[in-house]
Ligand binder design. Sequence first.
Ligand code: HEM
Length: 391
Amino acid sequence: MTPTARRHERRLIRAGNPSLAALLTLARVTGPIRKIPRVGWVVNDPVVARRILNDYDHFTMVGEGGVGHLWGQLFGPAFAAFFGGQGHADLRVKARDMFTEVKSTALVDRVLTPMLSDVRRNLAEGDRVDVVRTAKLMTGRVVADVLGLELRDRDEAYLRLFVSGERLAALALGTQVSTVLAPETIEQARSVVREITGGVEEAYRTRGAETILGRSREIGLDVEIAKALATLVTIAGTETAASAMARTVALLADTGQTAALLADRSRIPDAVREGLRVTSAAPVLGRHVAKDVVVQGRRLRAGDRILLAVHTANNRPGGFDVTRPYLPETRQLWFGAGRHLCLGAALGRAQLTRLLETLTAAGRPWRIESRTPARKVLVPTYATLTIRMAE
Ligand code: HEM
């Protein structure tokens, strides 16, 4: 990776979340697993991380340190039960057919083709395009569609959904040290949840089983659980994918690899994989140690928390490079592993693929005209990233 690209990426992470930046910097020098006082066990090795993500006897998402602990405080124990055990397995089976590669690509094409055609035309005519706004709109549209929310095809409504998700996620800043939320944080979070779930009751009543909310009704989940699921999918599917998209577009320009992609568009899948790896938009995955266990010669005790610094682990092989082959050790750790492997992985990939196809369609490289990093966000990203085609 060029020094410019590395500098921009590091600046983004620092601006978005300084304690995340400190943790990732520390993880670069800690070795595969190390206990850090007041933080917990930090892992930076892809193979060790994957082993932990696949070990359900000793590690859980529910309990201090796991994201299920946060959701349980917001939506209660009935929802927390979906983060582990049989409840989680059953729900995954019932939702699986909605997230296949084929369905995800079809959804992205149906929902995004008109807006991406506009982006392509605007760029070809020499206009500036803000990739961040484009990416927010794309993810807002995709998430609303997969849920079954009717947002009347209005850009402002999709942006509002995105911004509410971002505000809710930002309330989790600082949970690297503890996942116990203060009562006032829970109150604030519930008010943002009301914004996100305003249209859920209607969608739950009226939409078909091809949408998450319609499917929730069909499989007998109550409407409160459906609201919690809608919130979870909004958080999981908007900031992550939008961050990966904006940062990959910047990485291509900053590393001077736009020309290579234009010369050989069959490299787009490699650029997508490299973008997802280098940005690792879910940079740290948390787990609670459920039972004593030895990992790499270290004894972890029940009740400890463990932070998998997957951003650091994924970046160990080197910087963004569209000629880098598939890395068997890393696989697709940016989407996690094991039974919580990202449900929307194909949706994330399809969006990034279509965006890069759109930007390369005119056959001319783009240059970055201006950019600003986003501040105080859970997922580091740009607040604006304006590009323009070279003459
Ligand atoms: C580049 C984009 C994305 C990245 C990097 C990403 C990353 C991840 C990761 C790392 C996990 C596992 C978390 C853990 O084990 O602690 C996860 C889970 C999840 N993701 Fe994604 N995600 C992305 C896009 C999406 C999209 C577009 C959706 C849906 C619209 C989505 C929905 C989910 C859901 C529902 C889960 C929970 C799965 C479970 O617990 O069984 N994600 N994601």
